[in-house]
Design a protein around this ligand. Structure first.
Ligand code: BGC
Length: 711
């Protein structure tokens, strides 16, 4: 692809400044079709005759750094007889501060672009324009851009064009656009503009979001705009963004003369509040609007209930997904991370795949996972990888390699992705066999553990659950997924069946006691515990003794309500879901959250923060509770033998603690919905299904055809 074009860059390596590349060309006959094919190392912003090409924000997206997705844009309508194409480049994810590893690996690689324009005339003759030494470049008016630190634009900057540097970047593969594109999605107008106790001017948009903004102002040449971003206010009501850590997250703008409208081109921020540090004219609600940016995903899932707090939680979960599905699944969108943390993606994928159609989104990310994995089977912490390579895989995080392809198969029946990932799945579980210190367990290795569990010892992020128990249970689980995937794909999985039995045997011998909430949860949910009744009883008691409150972190939380409802404690699961006191999902809602917090105690009753170090207010992991609401409370379940909702099981678990609850998922076979209403002392169930479905209500099993039913 793009074989006749050359990689071009600015002649010197200018970190964080944005070069602009230009080329004039004529198209003096009638045009039938014109196409621009382009990709870059770093992000690009292309214009033809002053108009933006396409609407892909931060194109070409973020992939394994040795491959770059190529986009093809129809530019037929943009061409005149004399034309100028201009392409601005930023370091973006490729070479920005975010990409620590690649910046070390690639000291001599500059942000670069490669492109080709094909013009087909009405007389069927063709003309091509390639990126090559004939192009010119200059530093641009975007004088600074970094994903963590923000963007600066100087309207007064005079460009000085020089010849480009042609690079021989054969090691970077140009591939077709594989993932979803990232686009502007919605506009949010200021809810209020106010002065803080410190006297600073702050705009509140009422929603923690990811994206940027547009300013509209009158100014004199050289006047300045300076903005800072935050997700929360501190307990005094002052602007607070220490939780962004080293991410400066600023916007600086030097004005031109007169009326001007500007929005950033190559950066994004995670924010609800904007502090206006400098603004040359009166600031009103029409001076600025926020623009929400994320991957173009079709919304497919909806939850609603009779509880306004619960509805707000559902909304926060969706906003957590919008804020963190920006080309890759990220942990958070605001601080100096914004990374494709594998654990977070794995924990949230089931919920994610019900809320939105994420098939294509994960197709690309999983391909990158496979490419980053390398020969020894190791799955790095983040995909794309940015850290120094860890010594070995880590339980729960690296299990993204088995859990994610399997979930995409269950939700969308995508066998192709499963087949492509199958070797990666096997390599991963094989690696565990090599690194464990005790055969058939995953024992004695380093893990994140029950990350952010509330039973963590003082000063630690790791909950007190035994990492070896968690790792061994996930080892068995991942091997079980290899077996299931292998069977779907017609592979011989005898080796893994034997291994699975051995892990269970050795694991059950070694780990006979489950002491924490999370240990009990995973032992139950993953069928590891042999005496489930006793373990479930113990889990229930621990929760009740803790005032019907959880203590689980990233590992236990996604399965907590499942483990309870599968073992006869559905009412206790609802108690946790509807708990309003700390720690709980609704506690953050009552504290005014508009997204999902990283920590149960991100902010306490007094408005104090638990820490400034690890305190994101937009971290979707705990939002994984929605899959219990879809799958258990409303009871919509996939069937492994008929993936993609070709057949469905609907087994609702209602409670009298709510007057109604409803779930709807637009599947590939049509819309399935399940709702129940408390009427007097009984429940009315309303079910609509697009396919043959098994409905299970109160233990009574009914086989139904597609249609709508009331029970
Ligand atoms: C991230 C997490 C991630 C974790 C690894 C954090 O800094 O924000 O969400 O999974 O590190 O334990």
């Amino acid at each position: 692809m793009l074989n006749n074009s050359k990689w071009i860059s600015y002649p010197t390596k200018e970190d964080y400044t944005c070069p602009v590349f230009k080329k004039k060309f004529a198209a003096d006959k009638q045009i039938k079709k014109a196409t621009l094919k382009i990709t870059s190392l770093g992000c690009y912003y292309a214009e033809i005759n002053g108009a933006r090409v396409g609407d892909f924000i931060l194109a070409p997206g973020w992939t394994y750094y040795k491959r770059a997705q190529m986009q093809a844009y129809d530019i037929s309508h943009m061409l005149k007889s004399e034309n100028e194409i201009r392409i601005t480049l930023s370091s973006g994810w490729f070479n920005g501060r975010i990409n620590i590893r690649n910046r070390k690996d690639l000291p001599n690689v500059y942000p670069a672009l490669i492109c080709e324009m094909e013009i087909v005339y009405a007389d069927n003759t063709k003309e091509y324009i390639y990126s090559n030494e004939e192009w010119e470049c200059s530093l641009s008016k975007i004088t600074f851009s970094d994903i963590y630190d923000g963007e600066s634009y100087d309207s007064t900057y005079e460009e000085k064009f020089v010849p480009v540097k042609v690079q021989s970047y054969g090691e970077f593969k140009v591939v077709k656009q594989q993932g979803e594109t990232v686009k502007e999605q919605e506009i949010i107008y200021p809810r209020s503009i106010f002065k803080t106790p410190k006297g600073e001017t702050v705009i509140d948009f009422g929603q923690d979001m990811t994206g940027y903004f547009e300013i509209d102002l009158n100014a004199k040449r050289g006047d300045r705009v300076s903005l800072s971003f935050a997700e929360v206010l501190d307990k005094e009501g002052n602007f607070y963004n220490e939780n962004f850590r080293s991410a400066k997250a600023k916007f600086e703008y030097v004005c031109d003369d007169g009326h001007q409208v500007y929005k950033p081109k190559l950066c994004f921020w995670g924010f609800r509040y904007i502090r206006v540090d400098e603004f040359p004219c009166e600031l009103t609600k029409s001076s600025i609007k926020a623009i929400v940016v994320h991957s173009e995903l079709k919304r497919t899932g909806y939850l609603s209930s009779s509880s306004p707090l619960l509805n707000k939680l559902f909304s926060n979960i969706v906003w957590g997904q919008k804020g963190n599905f920006l080309d890759i699944p990220t942990d958070c969108p605001q601080r100096d991370e914004r990374l494709g943390w594998t654990g977070d993606a794995q924990v949230f994928i089931r919920t994610a795949s019900y809320n939105y159609d994420v098939e294509k989104f994960f197709d690309k990310w999983l391909e990158d996972l496979r490419l980053e994995q390398k020969r020894e089977g190791l799955i790095p912490f983040c995909i794309p990888q940015v850290h120094e390579r860890p010594g070995s895989s880590t339980a729960v995080w690296s299990d993204a390699s088995t859990i994610c392809p399997w979930q995409i198969y269950l939700t969308y029946a995508n066998k192709k992705i499963l087949a492509r990932q199958f070797k990666s799945m096997c390599d991963y579980v094989d690696e565990i066999g090599r690194i464990t210190k005790e055969k058939y367990l995953w024992y004695g290795c380093w893990h994140f553990g029950d990350w952010l569990g509330l039973d963590a010892p003082a000063g630690s992020y790791k909950g007190s659950s035994d990492p070896d128990i968690i790792a061994t249970i996930f080892y068995a689980y991942s091997v079980s997924l290899v077996i299931k995937a292998g069977k779907v794909l017609g592979k011989n999985v005898t080796k893994y069946e034997k291994l699975h039995a051995k892990i269970l045997e050795a694991g059950r011998k070694k780990f006979t006691e489950f002491k924490t909430q999370t240990e009990c949860v995973v032992a139950l949910y993953f069928d590891f515990a042999t005496d489930k009744k006793a373990v479930a009883h113990k889990l229930a008691n621990m929760i009740i003794e803790n005032g019907k409150r959880l203590k689980t972190g990233f590992v236990g939380t996604p399965y907590l309500l499942h483990a309870l409802s599968q073992n006869g404690y559905t009412e206790l699961a609802y108690d946790l879901l509807l708990q309003e006191e700390f720690p709980s999902w609704l506690y953050s809602v009552k504290q005014g959250a508009t997204t999902i917090w990283e920590h149960w105690d991100g902010m306490n009753d007094k408005g104090e923060f638990w820490s400034k170090d690890m305190n994101s207010f937009n971290h979707y992991a705990f939002g994984s509770v929605a899959d219990w609401v879809y799958g258990v409370a409303c009871g919509i379940q996939t069937v492994e033998e008929y993936p993609g909702f070709e057949k469905i099981v609907i087994a609702p678990h209602p409670t009298k603690k709510l007057n109604y609850l409803s779930a709807k998922i637009e599947t590939r076979h049509g819309t399935v919905s399940s709702a129940w209403y408390l009427e007097g002392n009984t429940f009315r169930y309303e079910i609509t299904t697009p396919v043959d479905t098994t409905v299970i209500i109160d233990g009574c099993v009914r086989e139904v055809k597609k249609g709508s039913y009331v029970f």
